[in-house]
Design a protein around this ligand. Structure first.
Ligand SMILES: Cc1cc2nc3c(=O)[nH]c(=O)nc-3n(C[C@H](O)[C@H](O)[C@H](O)COP(=O)(O)OP(=O)(O)OC[C@H]3O[C@@H](n4cnc5c(N)ncnc54)[C@H](O)[C@@H]3O)c2cc1C
Ligand code: SF4
Length: 568
């Protein structure tokens, strides 16, 4: 056993977000001692979450700024599209945006908590349509773990039984909240077009669970949820792991290198103590990297040794490759028939209660569409607390302007397309040899280019989004926007995955199907880096599920080897 600061441990976990939080929970529950290294600062959701603060009390009425990209009260501390002193660079003509949260719990403190499962076809894309690469696991293997993960974190939703919405087992899901007026209108418009709008799955408690309270439908979830209704590792997995007595957390520990020891195993890590800038070396028997897909790739690429001159566990050359995000584009409009509707409290969590799953697989099979895979639409359409921008395009001033704003309030609808991009040689990250961050660690350089496939998919989505809003009797904003104008930058949807993909073949993948690197036996990846493709469903439930499954296997192996030693 290694030890740090008087604490003996068997496994080091790097990162405390979705993947790292789950790994720490599973291992500590199994009686394994874990040292968790987190680059960000400590964060206490009970005292720090600004749930009940009012926008009018904040600078600039809480609006987004370059320091607080998603508004003054957003839960992200020390991060956003830029982390001060920790830049990243882009290749010429590439546009990639990278959201990082330097805090205990990482991005789970403020994520959207939308958690649709992947389908059987999503795990086997090549076998389904001859494009891309199959995962080394199939849906049947992962489905019981989805059930366990959903039951643990708490997911509301239902099983509509569509080909894009695999069902959870009986009793796993919590009841979904009721659709609101605009969503009912949307549902009926979709039905008139032959497509479905169904309850969105969200990692939000609609009933109390364990030591967490049910949602009380009142505060913006992006600020974090101190009562634990919205899943984040800081109100669940991490405190639970702490309670076992098997966890030691070191915050402000920016890991810069994984060391390779004799026998080709990872022997330890060096981190920079961000408070005093000292390098600290810690030994390790087992290492789990869950620093988020791109940070994990960066860490491996920066871990150079004689055996691995191109980065640790990178004999395949695949570390940093296969970088994928979700496609993003928006369609919006307003529904004149809803002008002057009575104002009331539209109870609900601050996310969409319904969404539109992908409906086009049949058309694709018949060769009717000019792109592979598909997308879903998330829906933004309910009375939310008025904020900056409420006046929108209203012209004028005084009573007439105020009356107009009141009349329009609650008439706007936005459909956000989230689509599957295909992995491409044009999209990857590598070390920028010319730039280091404030800790002296070489930074990532991103390469990105959308292909025809993605543009065709967005063009299809714009056409259908407009059709849907028009079927609601709506008027489209920006009706002439093209796919090229609408498509968001790479990384902007914050679903980046795939940089250390798993596979069956060590020459084309970094990890095996357990997230264990092919090259270094005691080194694991448990974040989105292991993804082989990036289906349009939001990625985090699959990150959590794979981390749960893979950490459970590691725990079983460690327990078995301890028992063997004990009996031997
Ligand atoms: C606004 C927003 C909305 C989102 N909405 C959704 C959604 O609705 N559904 C969905 O599926 N996904 C959503 N996501 C994405 C989701 O947050 C991520 O997929 C998920 O958090 C990834 O988990 P992770 O463990 O890989 O990384 P993270 O949660 O980012 O955690 C990584 C942790 O590692 C730490 N770290 C990084 N580098 C180092 C280092 N060198 N040494 C030590 N520690 C390090 C970081 O500080 C961080 O705490 C959203 C994200 C954002 C920002
Ligand atoms: S709306 Fe519900 S889930 Fe969201 S922050 Fe408020 S209590 Fe938590």
């Amino acid at each position: 056993m290694a030890s740090f600061d008087g604490f003996e441990y068997e496994v080091i976990v790097v990162g405390s977000g979705a993947g790292g939080g789950m790994a720490a929970h599973v291992l500590t529950e199994a009686g394994i001692k874990v040292l968790l290294l987190e680059a960000g600062r400590d964060y206490d959701p009970i005292t720090e979450t600004p749930m009940f603060h009012q926008n009018h009390d904040a600078p600039l009425r809480g609006t987004s700024t370059s320091e607080k990209n998603f508004g003054y009260y957003d839960a992200t501390v020390d991060g956003g599209w830029q982390v001060p002193g920790e830049p990243y660079t882009q290749a010429p003509d590439s546009r990639f945006m990278w959201w990082r949260a330097r805090m205990l719990g990482g991005r789970t403190n403020h994520w959207g908590r939308l958690v649709p499962r992947f389908t059987a076809a999503d795990f086997k894309p090549f076998s389904t349509d001859g494009v891309g690469t199959d995962w080394p696991v199939d849906y049947e293997e992962i489905a019981p773990w989805y059930d366990k993960c959903e039951a643990l974190i708490g997911v509301c939703g239902d099983n509509p039984g569509l080909d894009d919405t695999p069902s959870s087992s009986e009793g796993v899901l919590l009841p979904p909240p009721k659709p609101r007026v605009m969503e009912l209108l949307l549902k009926s418009a979709c039905e008139s077009l032959g497509i479905a709008a169904v309850p969105m799955r969200r990692a939000i408690l609609t009933q109390p669970k364990d030591d967490r309270q049910a949602c009380f439908w009142a505060t913006p979830c992006g600020r974090g949820c101190a009562v634990g209704a919205a899943f984040q590792t800081t109100t669940s997995l991490i405190p639970w792991a702490r309670k076992t007595g098997n966890l030691k957390i070191v915050t402000n520990a920016m890991v810069k290198e994984v060391h390779l020891g004799d026998a080709g195993k990872a022997s330890g890590l060096t981190f920079v103590n961000r408070l005093n800038r000292e390098n600290v070396r810690v030994n390790a028997d087992y290492v789990i990297l869950a620093a988020s897909a791109c940070e994990t790739a960066r860490l491996l690429l920066n871990s150079i040794s004689e055996g691995f001159p191109n980065g640790l566990a990178n004999s395949s050359g695949q570390v940093g490759r296969n970088l994928m995000d979700s496609l993003g584009a928006g369609v919006s409009g307003h529904i004149p028939a809803l002008r002057n509707r009575p104002k009331y409290n539209e109870d609900g969590h601050t996310g969409n209660h319904l969404y539109i799953p992908w409906w086009g697989r049949e058309g694709q099979k018949n060769g009717e569409l000019n792109f592979s895979r598909g997308y879903h639409f998330e829906v933004g359409a309910w009375f939310s607390s008025p904020s900056m921008g409420i006046a929108g395009a209203v012209d004028g001033y005084g009573k007439q302007a105020k009356d107009e704003i009141r009349s329009n309030y609650g008439t706007n609808i936005g459909l956000s397309l989230r689509g599957e991009m295909l992995g491409s040689d044009d999209c990857y990250c590598e070390i920028d040899e010319k730039t280091v961050d404030q800790w002296g660690i070489p930074v990532l350089k991103f390469h990105w280019k959308w292909s025809e496939q993605e543009l065709n998919q967005v063009a299809h989505g714009l056409k259908w989004g407009r059709k849907i809003i028009e079927a609601m009797g709506g008027v489209i904003n920006n009706p002439d926007r093209t796919a090229e104008q609408a498509i968001e930058a790479g990384g902007q949807i914050i679903h980046e995955v795939g940089t250390t993909r798993m596979g069956d073949d060590p020459s084309t993948s970094v990890c095996n199907k357990w997230g264990q690197t092919w090259d270094v036996e005691n080194l694991y990846v448990m974040d989105g880096g292991v993804f082989v493709s990036n289906p349009h469903k939001n990625c985090t439930i699959t990150i959590l599920t794979l981390a749960m499954r893979n950490a459970t296997r590691l725990a079983e192996q460690l327990r078995a080897s301890k028992e063997q030693k004990h009996h031997g």
